[in-house]
Design a protein around this ligand. Sequence first.
Ligand SMILES: [Zn+2]
Length: 104
Amino acid sequence: MELGELRPGSLSQQYNVCGKASCICKDPENPRRHGPYYQVSYGRKGKSSSTFVRPEDVGAVTKQLANYKKLMQLVTLWIDLGLEQSQITGKATSNKPARSKPKK
Ligand SMILES: [Zn+2]
């Protein structure tokens, strides 16, 4: 199985107003904000960041996000199976440390 390119985070759409006073985004009766702009928000090493995505890249980025999610599901499954196995073999049921501390 191949996962392909990975990207953590979630994709969101944003609509913005611009600086022009007489723009359609500031129309008093029927304001139409600019957009959508696509943005990926993600947390990495305790920091959260976001990056804009070009409309033509949305398809590829959506796939990368799905791949990342898939990987995380597989890792979770892997950990669950590892935990299950260590309970079966009894290696994790003892309260004693696995090996004694080296004496000086
Ligand atoms: Zn505008």
